[in-house]
Design a protein around this ligand. Structure first.
Ligand code: HEC
Length: 130
């Protein structure tokens, strides 16, 4: 029984730690997202962020509705315009630090749709998959 209690407490700590990390990524990520003007084109409805440009909004899409299937490293390169998704580079390159870009990508992954239905097309047309 004692052992179980200890394991329980450990789990609680790990859970708390993960939660607080996620919280921090959300706060910082949101700041960077807005600073980098990602919200000109992308909405992020789970964080109550609206896209500013009506013309761009439909093309770029709501990040909360995206099912991001790419590795963090790949998305970092994508947002630096070093790699393509569906044969297209991202329209703009991120201009901040690598550190901020990592937080931004973690934030996006955290706020995008979770795995559900597979999108076979994207999977076949792109490198950088798992
Ligand atoms: C000028 C408008 C514009 C801006 C600004 C912009 N994006 Fe995009 N973004 C797009 C378009 C257009 C696409 C391509 C959508 C498509 O092809 O489905 C895209 C695609 C993406 C994707 C693709 C995900 C996927 O799995 O296909 C991510 C992630 C993304 N943008 C994140 C960002 C981030 C983060 C920023 C801020 C640094 C940003 N975007 C700024 C227009 C923009």
């Amino acid at each position: 029984m004692k052992r179980l209690t200890i394991i329980g407490i450990l789990f609680a700590f790990v859970f708390y730690y993960i939660q607080s990390q996620a919280q921090e990524t959300d706060t910082k990520g949101k700041e960077i997202f807005i600073e980098a003007k990602c919200n000109t084109c992308h909405a992020l409805s789970s964080q109550q962020i609206e896209a500013k440009s009506k013309a761009q909004k439909d093309k770029a899409g709501d990040i909360s509705e995206m099912k991001i299937e790419f590795e963090t490293d790949f998305l970092i390169k994508y947002l630096k315009k070093e790699v393509e998704i569906n044969k297209k580079k991202h329209p703009v390159a991120f201009k901040g630090s690598d550190e901020d870009l990592k937080i931004l990508v973690d934030f996006i992954k955290q706020n995008a749709k979770r795995e559900g239905e597979e999108n076979k097309d994207t999977q076949q047309n792109t490198e950088g998959q798992k």
